[in-house]
Design a protein around this ligand. Sequence first.
Ligand SMILES: Cc1ncc(COP(=O)(O)O)c(C=O)c1O
Length: 398
Amino acid sequence: MTTIGSSFSDKDLSRVREQTPGVSGRIHLDNCGSALMAQPVIDEISAVFQREIAVGGYVAQEQQADKLSSSYNLLAELFDGHADDFAFVGSAVDGWTKAFYSVPFEPGDNIVTAYNEYCSNYVAYLQVAKLRGVEIRVARQADAGGIDLNHLNELVDSRTRLISISHMPSSSGEINQVQDVGLIAREKGVLYQLDACQSAGHIPVSIADIGCDIMTGTSRKFLRGPRGIGFLYVNEKARSLMEPVVLTNQSAEWSAQDAYSLRQDTKVFEAWERSVTNQLGFAVAIQYLLDLGVEKATNQIANNATYLRKQLPNVKGVRVECPPNAVSAIITLNKDGLTPSDIKSRLEKQAIGVQVASVVHTRLDLEARGIESAVRVSPHYYTSQSDMDGFLNALEAL
Ligand SMILES: Cc1ncc(COP(=O)(O)O)c(C=O)c1O
């Protein structure tokens, strides 16, 4: 039996598992869909909810003003940015669309993206192409995998209004070369929007290193926070070039009968009414990761991914569907004689949670590789070797 080269000691793993109620009696391998919350996160959510019940939402919010305000500092610490450049939003897509639709596209402009772009982002490109006469340019996959950076560089010209890519596509296991794309964006002076929904909490993400102007992500995936909340990062340069597509009572103050004044920070994209419970739960999830150590936690995720990637080809009838350069903890596979949905439902009966990825999620990439759908498996750092072996054995036995 191969053992995992772990960055966690046995004690570390036991501790995080003891603090994760969801791991008992179940093998959870859908962390890129929605991960399991840690006990401190669950405790915070329960406490805030109880406080809202006791004193009402507004008083509860006032009582926790300090914690709410420091939650922006936590995002800044985790992602190496400035607190004023972050906003809490309802989801990754909510933040992404608010930023994207605020870019002042004009007819004849173009958007440069990549072959493995996420569905929700791509339909927005298609819509602005239709409504505003913007051209979509797609950087192809390099022969060795990943974005063909020369091609992307060639696609950027004086009419490029935005370079917009995903850090990790949702169904291939690749990690895009976001830092190299950042260099191109800076050199050409083009706004750079990054969808970090699958990379946040999965690998270290530093805005300062990547050089993106806009970045989005969610709480519920590798960051292990609650559902219904995400974050949006927009730096000062990007804010100065954008006109918020919608204004709210949080974005702007109604300063005179015929005037308003806009907020100057990224909270200009935030809604006043949002879940304080989720925001504080998310903050605790970030603090939990910072306390654990981002490098240690993400190394452990990588080790688990390596283990599964090594073992899966030995499972009879299984074909890993990821391109050869894929290393992330998002692993796609198919098994002879079974549909991905069959596999998912039969594993679920054994309390093993996996997901199905379909061509609609990353159409350009999956269509080019002839994949209609695949089982998607994503371990976290709290996934044990016995979890993974349990899954591999169950998959073999199907
Ligand atoms: C790359 C990518 N971006 C965005 C999203 C959407 O995130 P949310 O559902 O939080 O809006 C996902 C979800 O799977 C994703 O994989």
